[in-house]
Design a protein around this ligand. Structure first.
Ligand code: SF4
Length: 547
């Protein structure tokens, strides 16, 4: 644990635009006040209470409280889950995801509807290019068919443009968003795709919005075919399973090295940290290097790239004109710059804190709505949440980069566990799986950046996720704008609130463990009416009238 004197929050709270609420937040549980009362007092400061500027660190306060509080009986464990539940099947074996698979840079507005489909068609393009020359000589056409949610809301997400871009050999991390804009502005453009000696012309007409309902293996299903007239030379069925991750029929996960500290549950991850007297972030780093074979320096370089890209999206969003209107039929005015400017004029520092944090999230999320490059953390729709916290901690609080890297690692651990046991896909689980997971990750990031003990990191992540359970996905007109953009701001503020509560409550008394909430996420996802899973058939998508 670092020296508390190094903590940015201890310095110059008066100058901190994110607010000084130290007078509002209890340092200790007052005598005669019950836990609920204490939590309410802690929560009064809300999101702004996070950056208290108090002279005693959260780590010290929590450690002291834990040490002086009688041990509590452990919480009753969650009821056993049936072996045939998806949550159980998916959760077997240790987590093997790595940061470069998880944090992906790509064009908005949706990791499952833009980055995933672009990766899919790019994958097919590479497979087709390897076919024998005599097979390729017969080819006449490439065709993409979109099904399920990809078909229902793909138009609003620009799925056909992303699919076409992948087919002509463009990758999400390096595609110029202006190229995708040009496909929108000039939809009749035709592009030659070179496959061996053969050249096949493709256009948006080759991407077909097919059946929205059917017996699909995943709600985000698509097929890609190479045809010779009516004959199929190569066909592959793919699934965009959330967060830009893709699978295909017969998919086998790649073989990976064993993690140094295997875990499939948060309590195991935390157990490794506590047993080894280290942090969740350090355990995550050890696993990253053992699974991927990369050095710590390489992992850190990647994390810096992600942190810089997150900061860039916030800056870019804040720099947009206050009169900017986002693409699509909603004609939604950008508001990040206006909210930021006006929040900075707020009389109370706490109001300023909530306002500017919201503005940071709005800025990155509006960039996503524009189809500009964003970072999946864990998805495009939720791409405003983590950048808001990274920007606030890094650019406003001046938290050292090393702590931001550690925060990104801990946040990734939270995201991996949600993916492992539940889902990151709104088409599978509604918005709780996107903004909920993003908020949970951001709470872990914040706690880690402030050197909170591992139990506080878990509690903060749990709390943020818990208070998104049941949240549905109902984007108006199929565009990732309403409610998505403001929802990112709420996800960021809730992350901060979760950290505020977790770092001020008595950590050992936190009643709900992280796995219980992830299991609830998975079960709620299973039970949620499919109308609320990225189909735009219900909720706000139905009640909001566009003129
Ligand atoms: S409502 Fe939530 S899950 Fe649905 S598109 Fe918007 S941000 Fe994504």
């Amino acid at each position: 644990m670092s020296n508390n004197d190094e903590k940015p929050r201890d310095a110059s709270p008066e100058e901190d635009v994110l607010g000084d609420t130290s007078v509002l937040v209890s340092r200790e549980v007052p005598a005669g006040v019950d836990r609920r009362g204490f939590l309410i007092r802690s929560a009064v400061g809300g999101a702004a209470a996070v950056l208290t500027g108090c002279s005693v660190s959260d780590a010290d306060r929590t450690a002291k409280a834990v040490a002086t509080t009688p041990a509590q009986a452990p919480a009753a464990s969650a009821p056993p889950l049936s072996a045939d539940l998806n949550v159980v099947k998916k959760g077997q074996g240790p987590v093997l995801t790595t940061v470069d698979e998880f944090y992906k840079v790509g064009p908005g507005p949706s990791s499952s509807h833009t980055i995933g489909p672009m990766r899919i068609t790019y994958d097919f393009y590479q497979r087709a290019a390897k076919l024998p020359a005599d097979t390729l000589a017969k080819a006449t056409k490439l065709q993409v068919n979109l099904f399920g949610s990809l078909s229902a809301t793909g138009k609003g997400h620009g799925t056909e443009r992303a699919a076409l871009a992948g087919l002509i050999g463009k990758e999400p991390a390096t595609v110029d968003p202006l190229f995708l804009d040009s496909l929108r502005d000039k939809p009749d453009q035709v592009f030659p795709v070179k496959l061996g000696n053969k050249s096949i012309d493709v256009s948006l007409k080759d991407v077909i919005y097919d059946a929205t309902k059917g017996d699909f293996k995943h709600p985000n299903t698509m097929t890609v075919k190479l045809l010779a007239g009516n004959d199929v030379l190569l066909e592959q069925e793919y699934y965009s399973v959330g967060g830009g991750f893709i699978e295909w029929k017969g998919y086998e996960p790649p073989k990976k090295n064993a993690p140094k500290y295997p875990f499939r549950l948060m309590k195991e991850l935390r157990g490794h940290a506590d047993t080894n007297k280290t942090t969740i972030a350090k355990i995550m780093m050890a696993n990253e290097t053992s699974i991927s074979g990369k050095s710590e320096a390489e992992v850190n370089a990647f994390l810096d790239k992600i942190a810089n890209a997150m900061i860039a999206t916030v800056k870019s969003g804040l720099s947009m004109s206050e009169d900017d209107v986002l693409p699509g039929p909603i004609k939604l005015h950008s508001k990040a710059a206006t909210v930021y400017k006006r929040a900075m004029d707020d009389k109370f520092q706490s109001d300023r804190g909530i306002g500017v944090l919201s503005a940071f999230a709005l800025a990155a999320s509006e960039e996503n709505g524009r189809g500009h490059l964003v970072i999946t953390a864990p998805t495009g729709g939720s791409a405003g949440v983590m950048p808001a916290l990274v920007y606030a901690l890094s650019e406003v609080r001046k938290v050292p980069r090393e702590k931001i890297r550690e925060g990104l690692l801990a946040a990734a651990g939270v995201g991996y566990l949600c993916k492992h046991h539940a889902t990151l896909s709104a088409a599978e689980g509604g918005c709780q799986a996107e903004i909920g997971v993003a908020s949970s990750m951001a709470a872990a990031l914040t706690a880690t950046a402030y050197d909170a003990p591992s139990q506080v990191v878990e509690n903060a992540a749990e709390s943020a996720l818990e208070h998104h359970l049941g949240m549905t996905c109902d984007p108006v007109a199929g565009y990732v704008q309403v409610p998505c953009i403001e929802r990112c701001a709420f996800g960021a503020v809730k992350a901060w609130t979760a950290y505020a509560i977790a770092s001020n409550e008595i950590a050992s008394r936190h009643r709900v463990d992280f796995y219980a909430t992830v299991a609830a996420l998975a079960e709620t996802a299973k039970d949620m009416n499919s109308k609320y899973k990225e189909t735009s058939e219900a909720g706000l998508a139905q009640s909001v009238t566009l003129c």
